[in-house]
Design a protein around this ligand. Structure first.
Ligand code: NAP
Length: 266
């Protein structure tokens, strides 16, 4: 439903907003009266902007490769021209499925550049701004994979463990300010993730998955309530709780059953 633009609106920045969880996060922010700066690497971000403008929000689309320092700086420069950021969703991320011994090193290092290095770079700029301004909200898209070893998705799992730890530590550092930090921990979600990660022959890709719109609504709610983290879906909540009590040898086997190449047919 189109909204009336009546006065200054809060501003939300969402990375990885051309598809999946990021597009749905951007939609939820827009539906709650936020203007948007959305970012992704490819041209899909232009179509996403057109779609999101139908909500009545003002939408700036930035096409930038966040796996590079140049791309993150381009996004930040654009954001600074627009205004103070009320909410930031650091969400862009990719996986690389398959055996570590077979995977392409360059693809895995690019994953680290996006899922880890760009997260730290963007957070460095934006957390500083928010703390100086005395308010703001940041949502980090982590994963339930952050809770356990992730065989056949090893570098990805490690990247999300980094994001989870980073988000939790920052949350504590800024607890005496009005800056809120929340970690979103989705389980398998119905997006382009598995295809991009070459995982279409795995149980994780073919099994039941969450709806990205449901994940985004839960994330928005948790961020607005100031929660430290949110795991979406009953099955994922059980898995996340089990991961905290079971030995890692056991959780690694659980994960392997979902992500081993060919597991879809077993
Ligand atoms: N789907 C799941 O099961 C699942 C579970 C847990 C966590 N997550 C996390 O959720 C987040 C969103 O993923 P998704 O599932 O929604 O997958 P998705 O539909 O593939 O979305 C990924 C988004 O990241 C963007 N992106 C990828 N590489 C980029 C780069 N170098 N620079 C800028 N943007 C880039 C993509 O834009 P382009 O297409 O333009 O590259 C796209 O907008 C990721 O952090 C992922 O790790 C997903």
């Amino acid at each position: 439903m189109a909204q009336q633009q009546t006065g200054p609106h809060p501003l939300a920045v969402v990375t990885g907003a051309s598809s999946g969880i990021g597009l749905e996060l951007a939609r939820v922010f827009a539906e709650h009266g936020y203007d948007l700066v959305i970012c992704a690497e490819d041209d899909g971000i232009t179509g996403a902007a057109v779609e999101l403008r139908a909500t009545g929000a003002r939408v700036d689309a930035v096409r930038a490769d966040l796996a590079t320092a140049y791309g993150v700086d381009r996004l930040y420069d654009r954001v600074r021209q627009i205004g103070a950021v009320d909410a930031l969703a650091i969400n862009a991320g990719v996986g690389v499925g398959g055996a570590f011994v077979d995977n392409d090193l360059a693809e895995e290092l690019r994953l680290i550049d996006l899922n880890v290095v760009s997260v730290v770079r963007l957070a460095k700029y934006m957390v500083k701004d928010m703390v100086a301004r005395g308010e703001g909200r940041i949502l980090f898209t982590s994963s339930i994979a952050a809770e356990m070893p992730a065989p056949f998705l090893a570098v990805y799992g490690a990247s999300k463990a980094f994001v989870q730890s980073f988000a939790e530590a920052l949350r504590n550092e800024v607890k005496d300010t009005n800056v809120v930090i929340t970690a979103l921990q989705p389980g398998p979600t119905d997006t382009n993730f598995f295809e991009r990660a070459h995982m279409m022959d795995t149980k994780a890709a073919t099994g039941s998955k969450s709806d990205p719109a449901t994940v985004a609504r839960a994330a928005f709610d948790a961020l607005m309530k100031g929660k430290d983290h949110v795991v979406v879906g009953a099955k994922n909540k059980v898995q996340s709780t089990l991961a905290q009590v079971l030995p890692e040898t056991v959780t690694a086997e659980m994960h392997r059953k979902q992500t081993e190449p060919g597991s879809a047919d077993r």
